[in-house]
Ligand binder design. Sequence first.
Ligand code: UDP
Ligand code: MG
Length: 310
Amino acid sequence: MPPTVSVVIPVFNEEQILPILYQRLSEVLGAYGEAYEIVFVNDGSRDGSLASLKRLHTDDSHVKVVSLSRNFGHQTAITCGLDQATGAAVIVMDADLQDPPEVLPQLLDKWREGYDVVYAVRDKREGESAFKLGTAAVFYRLLRAMTQVDIPLDTGDFRLMSRRAVDALQSARERSRFVRGLVSWVGYRQTGVTYTRKERMAGETKYPLRKMLKFALDGLTAFSFAPLQVATYLGVSISVLSFLYAVYAIILRLFTTQTVPGWTSLMVAVLFLGGVQLVALGIIGEYLGRVYEEVKQRPLYLLDERIGFD
Ligand code: UDP
Ligand code: MG
């Protein structure tokens, strides 16, 4: 019999946190009183996380562990966990206790009311740098402006999904996975529950600037063609401007004796156009690279071990 509730947790080098996480989570789930499973996805951890997860499974059969062959990244780890989870309602949360387990009953209550997706909205974020908060705010507003898919503001991957929402989500096997966007794309009845995002309990963020940038580009390119169209709009505007300038130059040439001072305007035009062309090429490259990834049809991830699944 599949459990009612599955909790999916991606884990990358989180050994210090796992025992506390397990304890707080089991308390909440035990008190809720439904059959449950906790699916940990070990995303190629290099510390003692896997050993610690195996111990948790030995002591408690609610704990299931799937281990990837290497580090595939947060979004792929979530995807793998969703593939393995069998619950009627599936909750995704981070391992670092920034998403407090105490919010779970609220998510489940909304699901009982008939919602297919219940996302947790952060009303406050404790202990994040001003830089992270600022760039995140800009990114999500930009993304919203550029896509048709209605991606809610200030939400991460902390959310509950009904079985049919999970199945729909998992039917999209695209490679550059931006899970929170895909969940919005799924549709059905969605709602939000607010909570205060806590500081990381221990360890440090697994999202350095480089990964954050790739994550943002994955989100934008997976859900919008707008950057590709920028080249078109810029091209049209520049063409119109240069046409007007040409008319002006011809009039000067025909009806006055003033010579057009050439060098400055020429340099500006050449440099500007060169820059614009490189940017446009770069944007095309971002999409082309992702098309290439897609065409290769490699599996999304490879499994090393599955522990606790029958
Ligand atoms: N994570 C993962 N693979 C990665 C990076 C992160 O499975 O390559 C996990 C990590 O263990 C955590 C969650 O994804 O459970 C979110 O990562 P983190 O807390 O470092 O991100 P932040 O909250 O700083 O954005
Ligand atoms: Mg975190």
